[in-house]
Design a protein around this ligand. Structure first.
Ligand SMILES: Cc1ncc(COP(=O)(O)O)c(C=O)c1O
Length: 389
């Protein structure tokens, strides 16, 4: 049986596959350290858990409007107005099954077959697949060549053609931990305005910024920029609610309505229980969040110190929970994929090859692990490197 062209060249998520093989190794009895996961190791906040249980016990676990509960859309709008410093209303917001879902629905709503979407490398692997599934063509804009993973705005300009519909932005970045400065965003915004492009702004790591870095949303650059931005965020990272599967997008009322309609046909409303749990965390900031951010910052420092000790260079991780060292001098002809496979086999340390993100000189290390495990992971990496030419 022939499959559709849409899926025939589709590959599964590299990071999820790696996380799965690490879990298999662990199940077979090896002491695996999993630095491949993009998942906080904390439990969801107490408020979320209590709200979820109350939602189940309340007996109203039924369909909600396709775009989500009115009260949650209002809570998201209030949260965005406060954190991005520009006004949002419930009419701007669509609650989705996750940020991933919000991104894929956005692309389905904006991209026609053959349309181009600019990805700012190194970029999260799912963007490539999602653009492709929407019938679009992902066009890559390389970062500055100095290894910092900072954007090269000239490369962005060169990537734009008459077919470009939009740019996908992720700051703080998965995989590099890079946080865009306001000046860089202003330049990107003026490129979008000049070429009449959408900005799809994935802000899922927006609150995980460290060491004086500031997360700037393109919606706050100017009212015109807010109109052409689709802001995506969710509960997975900041509230450690990955398994709840809940996120949202905010856009113009027209686009929000369109995505709501699309969602009503493709998947229907997001999970009611998760909507209630998420709403509880937006109405009142969970007490665990501050400590979680501080914990990530301490872990970040452990990783920075460890990589420094080994003399490894890479972008300074100022946001999200990833480090992205450049190890290309230690790769054999199989590149970053071979390196990560050997590291997993030899030291039971799971990491992600940079090829998954369009950055073949790097590997990605997630520091969503306890400090104790991080220290052990760095010891394993150091030992492994000592065995390589
Ligand atoms: C950049 C980025 N965007 C979106 C997501 C997905 O978030 P969600 O769990 O809400 O689908 C991830 C998860 O790894 C991510 O790294």
């Amino acid at each position: 049986m022939e499959l559709s062209q849409r899926v025939s060249s589709l590959k599964g998520s590299v990071t999820l596959a790696l996380a799965a093989s690490a879990k298999e190794m662990a199940a077979a009895g090896r002491d695996v350290i999993n630095m491949a996961v993009g998942e906080p190791d904390f439990d969801a906040p107490r408020l979320a858990r209590e709200a979820a249980i109350a939602a189940i016990d309340g007996g109203a676990v039924k369909y909600t409007p396709a775009a989500g509960l009115a009260s949650l859309r209002q809570a998201v709008a209030g949260h965005l107005s406060q954190t991005r410093g520009v006004p949002f209303g419930a009419e701007n917001v669509v609650i989705c099954h996750s940020a991933k879902h919000a991104l894929s629905h956005t692309l389905l709503a904006l991209v026609d077959p053959g349309d181009e979407v600019v990805l700012l490398d190194p970029a999260w692997s799912s963007y490539y697949a999602q653009v492709q599934l929407a019938g679009g063509v992902a066009v890559h804009a390389a970062p500055r060549p100095d290894g910092t993973c900072a954007p090269d705005l000239d490369a962005v300009r060169e990537a734009i053609t008459g077919k470009t519909r939009g740019v996908m932005l992720n700051t703080p970045s998965n995989p590099s931990g890079y946080v865009w400065t306001r000046e860089e965003l202003e330049q990107l915004a003026s490129i979008c305005e000049e070429h009449d492009l959408w900005m799809i702004s994935d802000e899922i790591y927006g609150r995980l910024v460290f060491d004086g870095a500031e997360h700037v949303s393109p919606t706050s650059i100017s009212p015109a920029m807010k109109e052409r931005t689709v802001l995506v965020d969710g509960a997975s990272k900041i509230f450690a609610m990955t398994g709840y599967r809940i996120g949202y997008l905010a856009a113009t009322p027209d686009l929000a309505r369109t995505v709501g309609n699309l969602q009503s046909q493709i998947s229907g409303c997001p999970n009611y229980i998760s909507q209630r749990a998420f709403e509880a965390c937006l109405v009142e900031e969970p007490e665990e969040v501050k400590e979680m951010i501080a914990t990530f910052d301490r872990r970040r420092q452990v990783v920075i110190d460890g990589l420094d000790r080994m003399g490894l260079r890479g972008p300074e991780p100022k946001g999200a929970f990833y480090a992205f060292p450049d190890l290309h001098e230690r790769f054999d002809e199989r590149g970053s994929e071979g390196f990560c496979a050997d590291l997993l086999e030899a030291e039971a340390l799971a990491t992600v090859p940079g090829t998954a993100f369009g950055a073949p000189r790097h590997i990605r290390l997630s520091y969503a692990l306890s400090e104790e495990r991080l220290v052990e992971a760095l010891t394993r990496l150091e030992r492994f490197l000592s065995t390589r030419p």
